[in-house]
Design a protein around this ligand. Structure first.
Ligand code: SF4
Length: 335
């Protein structure tokens, strides 16, 4: 696949067809055991090889903001004191429509390849989860791109409720902000289900600070950077408890301060306090990216440029928001 070669619309539809069985309510879930991703994981894979425990940590990297996601929203909703680490049970759907060079998932697990996954219902996943001796309170529907098959979210909510787990678990799902399937594939009642489920929040990931860095990171068309904002805005409009991640690797640092100013402006155009719900993530070289030779000199350089970008981001946040606003728990930032 060449740089910028992904036809996101077409590829998303193709992957969706291969990753969900609507008649039996099964999803293609990535098998993680035996993959290069396993070498980046602290604990062994679980749930029959399709699950893993993730340690979410508040501390990230020098010069980068703390990451309170999903630690603080989860603990707040569950009514427990927040700490600096939270464990989550992660499942990954076996499909993603983009190919971020830094992705910590082997690209083989993103193609909706039946040989690399297992067909499971949300009920079966929840059964595997609850079979643990000490299941963590957070369940993370990750990817891949879960929103290629957004049914996964309400189906999991139903399974948790059926199993008597909806009050004591917090459901978190990732979204790369690339499709409108949430609106075009779910029924009105399924959307209402997601919106009204108490112990749920979602995170959308902005893949760059401008169209050039976005395209460099994802291999998608630059114009889809704009679409990330419109999709995020639609999620906010629904009233879902939503947060953001952002990655700042870029092929060059031209006018990086002005570009960051515009990026934050665009977030504020969605909602004035939204930047305080967005956590920039420092990209590093995960094992699958190294093994698959995805990292060349430009990518190496982009990891240095992200250090310039985060300084610009920090300046924007400090200049636009009071100390009181910056110190608000992330779930109290009203958007
Ligand atoms: S959108 Fe997420 S899952 Fe897909 S390639 Fe990028 S980082 Fe990986």
């Amino acid at each position: 696949m060449n740089f910028n070669s992904i036809d996101t619309l077409q590829y998303s539809s193709k992957l969706r067809t291969k990753a969900i069985r609507l008649d039996t309510k099964e999803l293609l879930v990535a098998k993680l055991s035996g993959t290069s991703q396993e070498t980046d994981i602290t604990d062994p894979t679980n749930c029959g090889g399709v699950g893993r425990i993730r340690h979410f940590r508040r501390w990230t990297a020098f010069g980068w903001p703390e990451n309170s996601l999903p630690i603080d929203p989860a603990n707040h909703k569950l009514g427990i004191d927040s700490g600096d680490v939270a464990l989550a049970q992660v499942f990954q759907n076996a499909a993603c429509n983009w190919r971020c060079w830094y992705c910590y998932v082997p690209f083989d697990l993103l193609k909706a390849d039946e040989q690399k996954g297992l067909w499971l219902t949300a009920d079966e996943l929840v059964d595997r989860y609850r079979a643990h001796e000490h299941p963590p309170a957070i369940i993370d529907l990750s990817g891949g791109q879960p929103d290629l098959t957004p049914e996964w979210i309400p189906w999991t909510m139903d399974a948790l409720e059926k199993g008597g787990l909806s009050e004591k678990t917090f459901l978190w799902s990732d979204d790369n902000l690339s499709t409108d399937f949430f609106w075009t594939k779910l029924s009105t009642s399924e959307i209402d289900r997601v919106v009204s489920y108490r112990n749920y929040a979602k995170v959308g990931c902005f893949k760059g600070f401008d169209s050039s860095s976005f395209s460099f990171n994802t291999r998608a068309a630059p114009a889809l950077f704009d679409q990330q904002f419109s999709i995020f805005k639609r999620i906010v409009s629904l009233g879902i408890d939503v947060y953001g991640y952002a990655t700042f690797t870029a092929p060059d640092n031209k006018a990086i301060d002005a570009k960051m100013t515009e990026f934050v402006d665009r977030l504020q155009a969605i909602s004035p306090l939204l930047p305080l719900r967005v956590v920039p993530l420092c990209v590093s070289a995960f094992r699958p990216a190294q093994d698959e030779m995805r990292i060349n000199a430009v990518h190496q350089k982009s990891m240095e440029i992200q250090q310039e970008a985060i300084k610009c981001w920090n300046l924007e946040i400090e200049s636009r928001f009071s100390l009181h606003q910056r110190n608000l728990p992330i779930y109290e930032v009203a958007i």
